[in-house]
Unconditional design. Sequence first.
Length: 277
Amino acid sequence: MTPLVSANQLEEILNSGENVLLCDCRFDLVNPDAGKKAYEESHIPGAIYVDLDQDMSGHKTGSNGRHPLPSPQEWAKTKARLGISPNTLVVAYDKQGSVYASRLWWMLKATGHANVRVLDGGLDSWNGPMGTMPRKPSPTAQAIEPMPYVGLVLVDEVFANLQSKKNLVLDARANDRFHGENETLDPVGGHIPGAVNHFFKENLSATAFKTPEHLFKDFVDLLGSKKPSEVIHQCGSGVTACHNLLAMEVAGLKGSRLYAGSWSEWCADPQRPVATD
């Protein structure tokens, strides 16, 4: 089953009366309040707002990255507060090429909630009515059981991979940031030695994902002899990396993993090597 849903399919689902929770994930890294303000002005009717900083990130220590994952216990409480019960179909969308929607998709899928889709093309693809009344989440009747993140890679494994080279590390940031240029978000520029750059926007045609066939060819060319299960995705803070992971799933290349700490965690320790080539 594809992790994407088209605007037409979404309209059919909404009209069918199925138990669906729309999650508006719009966000701006430079202006963190912009997404919520945009949601409050207009959104797909019935959607709730899910905030990257408040809902999809945990406590920052200064050394664990800009958007560390919440603990499984915290995330279970957040899911319950947002009304994401095990039988709920979650459809996530944004207006930034599905970057933030991809993070929510991965966090749910990685903790056992398979019934989650991303609106392909995001809000730009939606031709239906728009709502202006923000909706407060309806918490679940029962607590949600905490589940560990399946497919999560920690920094020690990435560090060990410098020597073993067992896994291919794919960096989803723009090419200039990968090479240590125009770094405005993190204190150090560059990339993890041995990483390969695949800017997440390469997965898109305008605002929608390329066809599965096109994505398959792109990633097979990148992977070479590596299997999907030998791919570790990273970016600046574990957000756009989810876009590459989702694109691989759309292409039928399942089993790749996420280094959520990403560059912002890696570069926080001066003992870790940095490449700019």
